[in-house]
Design a protein around this ligand. Structure first.
Ligand code: FAD
Length: 333
């Protein structure tokens, strides 16, 4: 079966989410595709609970809250989301329309495409543990949407960078027990965070399991019971665990976008800033992935670029209807 819509938005980060709204205001329907299992791009995957200070009219807003608000604002236009799948292929038809094909073989026919793919498709570096798929999304998470889920639970946090340590510091007051697994006794994090970690270990508020590496999982039906760890001499420990949170960083790659014949500059898509058109007619790029002279890689740039792209796309979707500019205050939604 093939889906049909006006535009396909590749990437559900802040730029992609705001495109839904801008498109909706112009009566342009859309489908949105993202590799991640949740919307929000870098905001949700990399720093959900950090405050952002440079979103206009929000003196301070948590990254997760910004995504929730963008989601709510977009909902009025009933976008169709296809998550947990990567756009692999774009086929151009002779009439200038496109068919977008995802890694789950979902096919979407559309009149134009907005690429809002950030730094490219990214996903977590997953520990190579037998049977890990059974637990992912149930007892094993690579990003955290809400701390409440871990209230009074036994958790194992693995990794030695800022994300792992920040989450230890953040969850220690919520969880029943926090085990920290790292292959070295040195952590690659901000010095103040490393000091706090040492204090928590000295106070026996966390269990430092160093130098150990993840070695296996025990549980049933996706419900974790034990995380097995091993040191370099082969000594094994079994840690009682309801959840495992591995923070081994994200792998980022431009992926298939590099093969779509678009004009690129250092892994970014070159666009005409007046329209956000790429080198291929009907394909637009906005947000972090788009490049032009003096480009600022900020969320607010992505918002303005979304508006510019959608106004240009209107001519493709409605070639016979002249465009009359109206403010949202006159038009409503
Ligand atoms: P992204 O947020 O990167 O989203 C792109 C999405 O596209 C991703 O979800 C990805 O999975 C998806 N994707 C990519 N390729 C494909 C494909 N082939 N198929 C399907 N999906 C695909 N900016 C600010 O303005 N203010 C700040 O204070 C600020 N703080 C930051 C702090 C940190 C720690 C970081 C890492 C960034 C910060 N930024 C900040 C930058 C900001 O997050 C980015 O500018 C913003 O996320 C870019 O939005 P985007 O929608 O263009 O791309």
């Amino acid at each position: 079966m093939i889906n049909t819509t006006d535009i396909v938005i590749i990437g559900a980060g802040p730029a992609g989410l705001f495109t839904i709204f801008e498109a909706g205001m112009l009566k342009i329907k859309c489908h949105v595709i993202d590799t991640l299992e949740h919307i929000g791009g870098q905001c949700a995957a990399l720093y959900p609970e950090k405050p952002i200070y440079d979103i206009p009219a929000h003196p301070k807003i948590l990254a997760n809250d910004l995504i929730d608000k963008l989601h709510e604002q977009a909902a009025a236009f009933a976008p169709v989301y296809h998550l947990n799948q990567r756009v692999e292929k774009i086929e151009k038809n002779v009439d200038g329309s496109f068919v977008v094909v995802t890694s789950k073989d979902v096919k979407i026919a559309c009149k134009a495409i907005v690429i809002a793919a950030g730094c490219g498709a990214f996903g977590p570096n997953r520990p190579p543990l037998d049977g890990i798929e059974e637990y992912e999304g149930k007892s094993i998470f690579y990003s955290i949407r809400s701390k409440a889920q871990f209230s009074d639970k036994n958790i194992v946090i693995a990794g030695g960078g800022d994300s792992a340590v920040d989450w230890v510091l953040s969850l220690v007051d919520v969880a029943k027990k926090v085990h920290v697994v790292h292959r070295r006794d040195k952590f690659r994090c901000a010095p103040e965070s490393a000091d706090k970690l040492k204090q928590l270990a000295a106070q026996k508020r966390i269990n430092m399991v160093v130098p150990y590496q993840l070695d296996g999982l025990k549980g049933n039906d996706g419900k974790l019971a034990t995380v097995i760890v091993k040191d370099f001499d082969g000594n094994i420990k079994e840690l009682e665990a309801d959840y495992l949170l591995p923070f081994y960083g994200l792998a980022m790659e431009l992926g298939p976008i590099a093969n779509w014949g678009l004009s690129l500059h250092k892994h970014f898509i070159e666009v005409d800033v007046a329209t956000m058109r790429s080198s291929t007619h009907g394909i637009y790029a906005i947000g972090d992935i788009a490049t032009y002279k003096n480009k600022l890689k900020l969320i607010l740039s992505g918002f303005a670029e979304a508006a510019t792209a959608c106004h240009d796309i209107y001519k493709i979707v409605y070639p016979d209807t002249p465009f009359h500019f109206e403010y949202s205050t006159s038009k409503g939604i």
